[in-house]
Design a protein. Structure first.
Length: 669
């Protein structure tokens, strides 16, 4: 019977699928085949990412104390994006033969081999923006022509490349008694980037921001006369002794602020005997009277537009500091309701950290995830902020008053929403899903709905929750994938119907976030692959059915731990395998540890779940947002459609393209 069934299977047609169909990409071929894996795409942002990669290498030399001057030159080149040359007076890329590649110089290995460089061991650079050894080799792979010149030991060397391939051996050009450092000149490949051009204004802004981030460096800018404009001079020199404070002063201009003096400073921490890595923190903050606010976060001179753990540390330090000052001046009872958003909303914030071995959410480094960065920033900023407030009591009281006004406005809006929420609850009381465990909404904190996976996790969450502010809605397994389901199927799905009733704001064209019954919607699933899948399905639901709820920042992802690490009386929780390895290397270094793995949220006792995942005082959550511009919204919709839609080939291609990003040692057996 089975043989008959197989005999009836249709032939796939076309070429046969055998060993010859399996490709092995070597050298820099993977970069040219799938540039999006390395620079996020082939659009204008990705084009300028090439410039940032080369400039970051020069900045790493400056931050390490080996260079004090960088030159950036943009030349117009017909038929291309332009030719960019970045030169530093640092140590110069090594040109001696590499011990693992006989006949090849270290320079050639770095330019033509992925995951090669001097930033892995930490010996050549204490801190750096480069982590994976792919930056300069990716630039080389995606450029039609690259020329690297190196001046070392009073001699000048050069080598040229095209699309990742060497055009010849490393050449000794001659003596260079008055020169040292590295010069990289490259022309982005039109086969990859089409007819896109370097934007002089964008590069000029990038160069200037780098000079602000490290006060000890001078950066010289040049561009072809035909590329100069009113806001982009043909030549300029940047050096800012005040660092971020100078940057903030320029950004504020003549605007009136709550305090006449900005809060700025820096703090450096040496490596500790206890294994702590140390680092450096610099900040500059002002509170303009009328401003929507702007926030600039950096790690090792790399912009992290989505913030991360260093942002959390700053927000924590400022909030604790203003509450302590309120206690000092007799307003502590009122100030207990102050939240980090009250302190930073509308402010102009610049924060730069330098840490060893930073962790980012992706290769494009948009978000910092290093846990130690939060502690580093909070420890650095807190004392300075206390002094800033108390050294001038009038200044401190002015800032406290402004923050309390913002807090009062937030609480007023919250009370209005609460009235709407309770009215909606009373109007639909009989229609609320039976498995929803609602909150009273009477606490000081904001109301939250935790969407949890299964009744077991729901039981633990109900015991761990704050009954005043936290509601629990268990769902059964994987909900419907709305991106590939018909409208009738969506309307007939019980889990989705329960979600709609619990939230109370409607869907699609009828969605009104003002009617949302909770301030936060928290997706809380197991810290494993199945949990990630359920979270993805839920995010897809909110993106498609309630996009305005996401855009307004109501949707969050909880970050439950996967491991509990114990040594004697000391315990710590790890989010994933990388975090576990980091804790064992730092906090538990040299100690015998016992590691237990949570199979799911339901396996955690309520106290553990509260401490690690639900308590606002100790938890970590990721806010899910949408870009405001329609073009970016369309790009996100295209990505969701491709990865969650009806065509499985797009998902298969996505997995194939990113298979090389998986570390086999971290795959759960």
């Amino acid at each position: 019977m089975a043989d008959d069934l197989f005999d009836k299977l249709p032939s796939s047609g076309g070429e046969s699928y055998d060993g010859s169909a399996i490709e092995v990409l070597e050298g820099l071929e993977p970069v040219r085949r799938r540039p999006g894996m390395y620079i996020g795409g082939t659009d204008e942002r990705a084009l300028h990412h090439l410039a940032a990669e080369v400039l970051d290498n020069a900045m790493d030399e400056a931050v390490a104390g080996h260079a004090n001057r960088i030159e950036v030159t943009l030349e117009a080149e017909p038929g291309s994006a332009g030719r960019l040359t970045i030169t530093d007076n640092g140590r110069g890329i090594p040109v001696d033969e590499h011990p693992k590649f006989p006949g090849k110089s270290a320079l050639e290995v770095i330019l033509s081999t992925l995951h090669s460089g001097g930033k892995f061991s930490g010996k050549a650079y204490a801190t750096s923006g480069g982590l994976h050894g792919v930056g300069i080799s990716v630039v080389n792979a995606l450029s039609s022509h690259t020329r690297v010149e190196v001046a070392r030991n009073k001699e000048l060397f050069a080598q040229e490349f095209s699309r990742g391939q060497t055009l010849g051996k490393l050449q000794k050009i001659g003596a260079a008694p008055n020169r040292r450092g590295t010069s990289v000149a490259f022309t982005p490949d039109t086969e990859i980037f089409g007819d896109q051009k370097f934007k002089p204004a964008r590069l000029f802004k990038l160069v200037r921001s780098k000079a602000y981030l490290f006060a000890g460096v001078e950066i010289r800018w040049k561009c072809s006369p035909e590329l100069a404009a009113e806001d982009v001079p043909a030549e300029a020199v940047f050096q800012f002794p005040g660092g971020l404070a100078d940057h903030l002063a320029e950004q504020i201009g003549g605007r009136e602020c709550v305090t006449s003096q900005a809060f700025s400073g820096s703090q450096e921490f040496p490596r500790g005997d206890d294994g702590s890595e140390g680092g450096r923190v610099e900040w500059a903050i002002a509170w303009p009277l009328y401003s929507d606010g702007s926030y600039s976060w950096y790690c090792n001179t790399i912009p992290t537009p989505d913030g991360g753990t260093h942002e959390q540390g700053l927000r924590g330090a400022l909030t604790k500091g203003i509450r302590a000052f309120a206690d000092l001046v007799g307003q502590g009872k009122k100030a207990k309701d102050i939240t980090p958003d009250d302190v930073v909303t509308g402010s102009e914030v610049m924060l730069s950290v330098f840490v060893r071995d930073p962790q980012f959410q992706s290769q494009t480094k948009d978000r910092l995830t290093s846990p130690e960065a939060a502690r580093l920033v909070e420890n650095a900023v807190r004392d300075h902020f206390d002094h800033f407030l108390s050294d001038n009591m009038d200044r401190g009281k002015a800032l406290l008053g402004s923050i309390l006004e913002r807090m009062d406005e937030r609480l007023r809006r919250k009370a209005e929403r609460e009235v709407k929420r309770k009215t909606a609850t009373n109007a639909r009381k009989l229609r609320l899903p039976g498995k929803l465990t609602d909150c009273s909404g009477e606490g000081d904190g904001e109301t939250e709905l935790f969407i949890v996976e299964g009744d077991s996790a729901g039981g633990s969450a109900k015991q761990a929750r704050d009954r005043k502010t936290q509601a629990i809605l268990p769902i059964r397994g994987k909900i419907l994938n709305v991106a590939s389901a018909s409208a009738d199927k969506i309307r007939g799905n019980q889990e989705i119907a329960d979600l709609q009733l619990a939230l109370g704001c409607g869907i699609r064209k009828d969605c009104n976030p003002d009617n949302l019954r909770y301030d936060r919607i928290v997706i809380m699933t197991d810290a494993d692959v199945d949990g990630a899948h359920i979270a993805t399905l839920l995010m897809t639901f909110f993106f498609q059915e309630m996009p305005e709820v996401v855009r307004r920042g109501h949707l969050y992802l909880a970050q439950p731990p996967l491991y509990r690490i114990t040594s004697g009386a000391t315990s710590a929780y790890a989010r994933d395998d990388l975090h576990r390895a980091e804790l064992e290397k730092t906090r538990f270094k040299g100690k015998k540890v016992e590691v237990s793995r949570f199979k799911g949220l339901g396996e955690m006792n309520p106290q553990q779940l509260r401490e690690t995942t639900m308590s606002p005082a100790s938890r970590s959550m990721i806010r899910i947002t949408l870009p405001p511009e329609y073009e970016d919204r369309a790009a996100v919709k295209d990505l969701v459609d491709r990865l969650m839609g009806r065509n499985p080939e797009h998902r298969f291609q996505f997995i194939q393209n990113r298979a090389s990003e998986i570390d086999p040692e971290l795959i759960d057996a």
